[in-house]
Unconditional design. Structure first.
Length: 333
């Protein structure tokens, strides 16, 4: 097996120059760099990444912590993260924060164990005190956030909700309900604030009974549909805090013999893959999920390289995706 000394002998340089070429090629003269790379190709030399990481006190790994691995929302975000990390020589580990009885203990373990150079955290329900450690790797919050404690990458949640309500209003709807996410979740709070702000700005009725409890899941959408169908004074348009909720809602009302959008218009949030493939195709607010992952990974890599725990928050615009689940009400009130 070839060694650094073999490479140095063939290239006619010192072992230190070979090492610099491998670790920081931009500081090596072009002719020298070409000679070293030619020698590496000639000998078939393989870099010992484990030894290099040990010398650099790096693991070359990043952990993404998501609150529900079964949620399809995270797939494109994780792909975006990997697309940035892989070319830089980093591996991506993925773990579920809600697996096991004590999510905060698991997070402390990841922060203290040294198994990764940085973390991307998608769970905003964990307390800030867990992150207040004197020695921990860099952490970037993605999608959800923790006040101003961590740099984050997220979208315009409140504005997206306002866009959804405005779209329903422009279609002729004046009675608009909302199916929530988990009550204290920062995404739900922000989207519900946007929903209420839009109703106020448009002069629409804000009926508390038209706010149906949900939790970002298909089942919660179906349960909300049952409550909606039992309501004699039900709204004719529903904004859902997530596409999964919307899909669950649509399926339940259709099984009950009602039609979307003829009997009720529905709009979601996220633009997950299935949104365009259900019947009718779901109108929704698109989060650019690949971009979220890419930006979060770039932010984290910069923090790792600069050995910093601080960074800026980036808020990414959302987009209204018009499909077939919204139509004018048949008999406007």
């Amino acid at each position: 097996m070839a060694t650094l000394q073999d490479i140095a002998h063939i290239a006619g340089v010192s072992t230190a120059t070979v090492s610099r070429t491998l670790s920081n090629p931009d500081v090596v003269a072009e002719a020298t760099r070409k000679a070293v790379l030619a020698a590496i190709e000639q000998t078939g030399y393989q870099v010992n990444h484990a030894a290099r990481n040990l010398r650099r006190q790096r693991t070359s790994s990043v952990i993404a912590l998501v609150p529900n691995l079964a949620n399809p929302f995270f797939s494109q975000i994780l792909a975006g993260i990997a697309s940035v990390l892989t070319p830089e020589g980093y591996g991506l580990l993925v773990a579920d924060t809600q697996a096991g009885p004590d999510p905060e203990a698991r997070l402390r373990q990841y922060l203290r164990s040294g198994v990764a150079d940085g973390l991307i955290l998608f769970d905003g329900t964990l307390s800030q005190s867990v992150l207040d450690l004197s020695k921990r790797p860099p952490v970037v919050a993605a999608c959800e956030w923790h006040g101003d404690m961590l740099p984050s990458v997220r979208v315009e949640n409140a504005r997206g909700a306002m866009m959804a309500v405005r779209h329903l209003f422009d279609a002729g709807h004046r009675d608009i309900g909302y199916i929530t996410g988990p009550g204290a979740n920062v995404l739900n709070v922000s989207r519900q604030d946007g929903y209420q702000a839009a109703l106020a700005s448009l002069g629409l009725r804000a009926d508390p009974s038209w706010v149906y409890e949900g939790d970002f899941t298909l089942d919660s959408g179906a349960l909300a549909a049952a409550r909606w169908m039992a309501d004699q004074d039900r709204p004719r348009a529903i904004f859902c805090a997530s596409d999964e909720i919307a899909c669950g809602f649509v399926g339940a009302v259709q099984r009950a013999g009602l039609r979307v959008p003829e009997d009720v218009s529905v709009i979601g949030f996220d633009n997950i893959e299935v949104a365009g493939h259900i019947t009718p195709a779901l109108t929704t607010i698109r989060q650019p999920r690949m971009l979220i992952g890419e930006r979060a990974a770039l932010k984290l890599l910069k923090m790792i390289e600069t050995k910093s725990l601080e960074g800026e928050t980036e808020i990414i615009p959302v987009e209204l995706i018009r499909r077939s689940s919204v139509a004018p009400p048949p008999h406007p009130r």
